[in-house]
Design a protein around this ligand. Structure first.
Ligand code: FE2
Length: 128
């Protein structure tokens, strides 16, 4: 689970926030690997979810400022992530899924979203 060049979209603020988000997801996996308590893992998940929420708002504000035509569609992707993340958290809490499922979901989503939707946004900003 290492940061890769392909995750970068070429927009300083977005890339910086993506790195923080990626580090938070890594910290969840690391805590689990090190046998940290459920409470510790729960707190890291809460921090990651809050950061995702903050970052989405940050990106959405950029989209509004530049008059991004795909704003609604992009925001729907963000809302979908938050809903699905919540489902994984509930499932983890009830013991139906483990932390690998949640981390795997977050990483897959992050890679797909940054290399498609966020890259398109960054390209739009540059040519605007
Ligand atoms: Fe995004």
């Amino acid at each position: 689970m290492e940061w890769q060049k392909k995750f970068e979209v070429g927009h300083n603020k977005i890339d910086m926030e993506h790195r923080v988000f990626f580090e938070l997801v890594k910290s969840i996996a690391a805590a689990e690997a090190q046998g940290e308590s459920r409470d510790k893992i729960r707190r890291l998940i809460a921090e990651t979810a809050k950061y995702a929420e903050f970052h989405f708002l940050s990106e959405e504000n950029i989209m509004i400022d530049v008059g991004y035509p795909e704003f609604e569609e992009h925001r729907e992707h963000h809302q979908s992530l938050m809903r699905n993340m919540q489902k994984y958290v509930v499932s983890f809490e009830s013991g139906d899924s483990n932390i690998h499922d949640l981390v795997g979901f977050l990483v897959d989503w992050f890679v797909k979203h940054t290399t498609t939707e966020d890259l398109l946004l960054s390209k739009y900003i540059k040519q605007a």
